[in-house]
Each structure stands twice: as C-alpha cells, then as structure tokens.
Design a protein around this ligand. Sequence first.
Ligand code: ARG
Length: 462
Amino acid sequence: MAQLWGGRFTKETDQLVYNFNASISFDKKFYKQDMQGSMAHARMLAKQGILTEEELERILEGIQGILADVENGKLEISDRYEDIHSFVEANLIERIGDPGKKLHTGRSRNDQVALDMKLYVREEVQAADALVRELLEVLLRLMEEHTGTVMPGFTHLQKAQPITLAHHLGAYFEMFRRDRERLSDLYDRMNDCPLGAGALAGTTYPLDREYTAELLGFRGPTRNSMDSVSDRDYLIELLSALSTIMMHLSRFSEEIIIWNTNEYQFVEMDDAYSTGSSIMPQKKNPDIAELVRGKTGRVYGALVSLLTTMKGLPLAYNKDMQEDKELTFDAIDTVKGCLALFRGMLDTMKFNGQKMADSARNGFTNATDAADYLVNHGVPFRDAHGIIGRLVLFCIERGKAIEELSMEELKGISPVFEKDLYEAVSLKTCVDKRETLGAPGEKAMEREIALSREWLEAHPAI
Ligand code: ARG
C-alpha cells in the first residue's frame, strides 16, 4: 500500500478496504493526461512565484522521465499505489526529492481527477468523431454509386414504395451526421478547465487559472469551484451521444442481417467480415453486425448507470464519482471498435441490385403510384385508394403484378385506366417522379449527395 494520506490515522487501512477504494487498475489509463496536467500546474506555480524556476525544472524533468519510463516499459504502473495520482507523485518524490513534494501545492485530487478525465475524454471525442466521419465517407461513396439501384422501401417491414439504395443509405448518412454534431456540441460545452478548483472551495494560493487553462488548450477555466469538481454532465452527454451512435449502428446492423438472409439476398458480406459455423458447413454468418447490435446494450447500460450514480449526490465531490471511469472507458472503447468494424464491413459488402429490383417489383410497391395515376385523371384520392385496393386484391388472386394485367382486366376495375398506366407504374417512373426535396428521385438524390459532400468538407474534424 502506498498512499497519500496517513497523518491523521492511527491504524493501517484494512487491505480489503484499500483494494475496494483503489482505482489504479483503471485510472492508469490516463497516466499521460495526469502528467500533462501536473506539468501545467507546476508551470503555473512557478509563474506565480510559488515554486522557484529551479524547482520547476526538476519537476518537469522528473515527470518527463517518469512518462518516458512508463512508455518504454521500464516503469510499471503497479497496483501498489491507490491511484494514478499517487503513483506519479510518489515516483516523482523518489526521483527528485523535496521539490516533488511541492507539486501538489494548491491542488486536490478532486480537481486533478476532474481535469484528467476531461483531458482524456476530449481526445476520445475527437477519435470517435474521426471514426464516424470515415463511416460517412463510405456511405457517401455508396450513395454516389447507387442512385439508380432500385429497392423496396419498407414500413412495418412490409414493402411500401420503391426507393433507391442511395436513398436508403442517405437516411443513415443523416443519422451519423447528427451524431457528429452531437459530439462537436458536447466537445465545445465540456472544454473548460477545472484545474485550480481545489478540493471544492478554490485555494488561498494566488493561482492563475486562466494560464493553466490556456496551457492545456481549454477555452478557459470553469467557474464555480464546487461545480468544477463534481460536474459529470459532460460524461452523461457523451454517453448519451455514444448510445445514439450505437442505436444507429444497431438499426443498420439489423437491416444488414435481414438483407443478408437467404430469403432477401440483397447483400453479400465479404468473407473477411463473415464467420462460419463449427458444424454447418454451408453457413456464412453476419457475426459482426450481430455483435454491434449486441454491444449496444452495454453502452446504454453505461449511460443509465452514470445517471443513477449522480442522481443522489450532494455537493461537492463524493467517491461515488469514481464509478464514472470504468463504464465511460468501456463505452468509448466499445463504440470505437464497433465504428471501425462496421465501416470495414460496409465498405467490403456487395449489393445485389437485381435482387433488390425484383423484390421492389414483386410487392405492389407501385400501388400508390397507380392511385396517383387515377388522381391525375380526376379521381378523388380517397376513391382512387379504394379502386387500387380492389385492383391489388384482384392481382393477388391471380398471382400477378399490376403491370402484368391486360388492358381489359384493368378497364374492368376502372374505366379511367389507359395504356399509359404501364409506364406510370413502372419501377423507374415510380422512383424518378419522386423529386421533392429529400426524396429518392435521381435528381433529388444528386442534390442531397452534393449537400452531403459539402457538409463533410466543411466539417473535417472537431
Ligand atoms: N480516484 C478518485 C476518482 O476517480 C480520485 C479522486 C479522489 N479524491 C478523493 N478525495 N478521494 O474520483
């Protein structure tokens, strides 16, 4: 046990208590950020005359040495220390002696951990954003390639109206675009520096909080010191944004799993992104999509868990807050992994345009267009709806599509039908005529693709 306190205690901490309390097994993840924060704090202390220039030099050298040794494997972050803060401080004192004991002047582990977590998360938000952006790039490429690939659009998982693959993928483009906006919003909102808030009530030393905020690349310092050490809103916002990303990936995965079935055969997964069965030789399973769908639950779990942890906490810092780490790390790592794999899966997937078009042709997806035909010939829409309903029933009884009926059969349902109906209900017309903003028609899609490209170029990174 190596701990930072003890003066007030007459007994050693019980080993089980120590283990229960310790966080080093997971907060070692931000060792770099902890040292980065300490160096900025030391620089500020020297600027304010609280440390001498010589003490500062030794502290900076000492920390850089620890960092280098950790990174090249010479120094192990061992579980003998309670947390990463104790590890760094103890090692610093061991290396440089007395100046190391001055590093924690005007600082508490409460503002220190608030800072470390923010520094760590800030980078991870950028990394997650970059991965969503890569996914958007793949989506846009596929959209460009498939403006003419007709497929059925569904509601209630029942064939509804014909659309194109570009249009379908364009819906996901919008979802992931909003995800990037959410990440960018929360990045801006969280980008204030809590260092200098102390344990909860600031400090009597003349700290320059603006200076440390600037050194660490923040917009500025946080305001209220009690809020500074106990705010975990940004993590809740992040977990919410990550949950939404997972929800989108999971919906997409579900569709891919359906499209990949023998019944649909809309897509074929690349061998590199599929798995086989140990017993059934014919199998090629969409495990990646299933795992992405499956992992969504644990990211939601992290969000609900942290919301629940925070809901009863009085001001300011409480040890409960230590629970924010493992679940946030796990959620971030899970989402990053899922995004990268999903992108690879999508990028290598083959789309079967023929199957998609056949499917669109076989499910009366042109029934609305047949009704619109009647409306264009003066039949009120409600009456047209009824006539086409009878027409569909007529077709089902004969096992035919609308366009396969003879003129005579059509006239039997409504005298308004003429030869030009065939053209009006052809798949190509059904899609191409849908030119309203945001619709699947080729021209509308080309506009959408151009806007999407523009947006991507205007938003290269957070
Ligand atoms: N391990 C703690 C956490 O993650 C660091 C802050 C400890 N502060 C304290 N007063 N015990 O929240």
